[in-house]
Design a protein around this ligand. Structure first.
Ligand code: SAM
Length: 471
């Protein structure tokens, strides 16, 4: 039986409800009155439920699709302004005991060299990331209780936070590791992680079990209920996502929204972020083996629909996507992107991009400076802000500020100030020039004169060497 409030995976992600939703969407995809009503509801900026959003996904009417795109762009502007938060992944270890068919880390892959960073190596990677200008990382690791036990992850996070190289600092460490116990989530919370990220990969239980034939990740229920355990362990910012291409995208889209609805219904706060990775070529992995790949056009539509269905949830895109696609979807709803990423264990300390231990082929190979430069030329403010969770603006507190629009009062000045830090410490001359012009323009967009003056004051402090100023 379907119940968003249930704590049982198969009741909050209910196969029958998803199938009925898809049937309902098929029956109503040409029902223009209903489609109009749903779009009208989305314009209230309070979101849509999985049934409503699924009707819009099925709808093929060009005019309505354009309306959805326009609305997504508008909602993106209203909630996130022109800010794009920057981050980089840090791969700690590719040892893994799971048998995931799409992932090069699967334990049977003898073609991939196995590597686990020592604390000394982590230090070097972090210094390399700091020297690029990064302030926010997503720690990634395979699942291996012997090689990568929770103690190793915790120690690594402490190491990352402890390194202060020149003006560098990693101020927020998000974590993407396998589903674990409430006890372990408590420990992650204690070492001060930002968001706990875990992709569902696929919400379809049958496909899930086929795609994860062996290892602890095979357990669909344990994996699907992970976010509830994370929240029970005190982590109130969680990031969900599916790996698009593994299973039918309409099923996944509905499941993803049902998961968000469940978290909101049970914990009073939905996911902090939603990621939209697509399966990529990798060592021992041929993505064409998965016949559910998603066209670029449908991918854009999904991003736009997630944007209007959960307006207050951040959306993340990685360097799995190339510049062209990133450009399109940033406009439609993405609020966080990675830049200068290396998806191999120990990749940041090497001069040339290594491919041997990579988790997936990177499609956007530009440096962080190039990505920052490009974003600014496209009218965005690259933000290195990490203030919210350090100020306790997490979980329902963050969502309340977000829903009321008040969050803008912090985010916009913080984006300007952290960009200024980046420009002073790390940017190339050209990026600096474009950035300083952008900052001048953006200060004028601050409503209150008193805040404008305060930001100017903080900017001159940054010029004079003060760091880590935020509201
Ligand atoms: N090991 C952790 C787990 O099992 O959830 C998470 C870390 S894994 C390094 C991060 C994510 O990379 C996975 O959740 C999966 O969605 C994604 N991934 C795996 N193989 C991929 C591929 N071939 N192309 C794109 N993304 C992939």
């Amino acid at each position: 039986m379907y119940s968003p409030k249930s704590m049982k995976a198969e009741e909050f992600i209910n196969d029958k409800e998803i199938k009925e939703t898809l049937k309902y969407a098929d029956e109503n995809k040409d029902n223009i009155k209903l489609v109009n009503d749903i779009i009208k509801k989305a314009k209230l900026r309070k979101g849509l439920n999985h049934r409503e959003a699924s009707v819009l996904l099925a709808c093929g009417n060009k005019e309505k699709i354009n309306e959805i795109y326009e609305l997504a762009e508008q909602i993106k502007k209203d909630f996130y302004g022109n800010r794009i938060v920057m981050f980089a992944p840090l791969y700690l270890s590719n040892y893994c005991v799971n048998g995931c068919l799409y992932c090069p880390y699967h334990f049977k892959n003898i073609k991939i060299p196995r590597k686990k960073l020592t604390q000394e190596e982590i230090k070097k990677e972090v210094i390399a990331l700091q020297d690029m200008g990064h302030k926010r990382l997503a720690v990634e690791a395979g699942e291996d209780p012997i090689n990568n036990p929770i103690e190793y992850i915790l120690e690594s996070i402490k190491t990352i936070y402890s390194i202060k190289h020149k003006n560098g600092a990693i101020r927020r460490v998000n974590v993407n590791i396998a589903a674990t116990t409430v006890e372990n989530y408590k420990k992650l919370k204690e070492v001060g992680i930002g968001t706990y990220i875990l992709f569902q990969e696929t919400y379809d239980k049958v496909s899930y079990e086929r795609l994860h034939p062996t290892g602890p990740k095979h357990d669909y229920i344990y994996h699907t209920e992970a976010m509830d355990r994370a929240m029970e362990g005190g982590i109130d910012d969680v990031g969900i996502g599916v790996l698009f291409g593994l299973d039918k995208y309409r099923y996944e889209f509905t499941g993803l929204l049902m998961h968000a609805e469940h978290l909101e219904a049970v914990h009073g706060v939905g996911p902090h972020t939603i990621s939209v990775p697509r399966v990529k070529k990798a060592n021992d992995i041929d993505p064409t083996e998965f016949d559910n790949s998603l066209s670029d056009e449908m991918f854009c539509k999904i991003v736009a629909l997630i944007r209007i269905a959960v307006p207050y949830t951040g959306m993340i895109i990685s360097t799995r996507e190339n510049q062209e696609i990133r450009e399109k979807i940033i406009k439609l709803g993405i609020s966080q992107i990675s830049g200068g990423s290396r998806t191999s264990v120990g990749g940041y300390t090497l001069k040339e991009r290594p491919h041997d231990t990579e988790q997936f082929d990177v499609s956007d190979n530009r440096t962080l400076d190039e990505v920052v430069n490009w974003l600014m030329k496209s009218g965005y403010i690259p933000s290195f802000c990490t203030a919210c969770y350090r100020e306790g603006r997490t979980g329902d507190r963050f969502m309340a500020l977000c829903k009321s629009g008040q969050i803008q009062n912090c985010c916009h000045p913080n984006a300007i100030m952290t960009l200024k830090e980046y420009l002073v410490d790390y940017a190339s001359e050209d990026t600096k020039k474009i950035g300083n012009e952008l900052i001048e323009k953006e200060i004028e967009n601050i409503g209150k004169d008193s805040i404008k003056d305060l930001v100017r004051e903080q900017l001159s402090k940054i010029e004079n060497g003060t760091r880590d100023l935020y509201f």
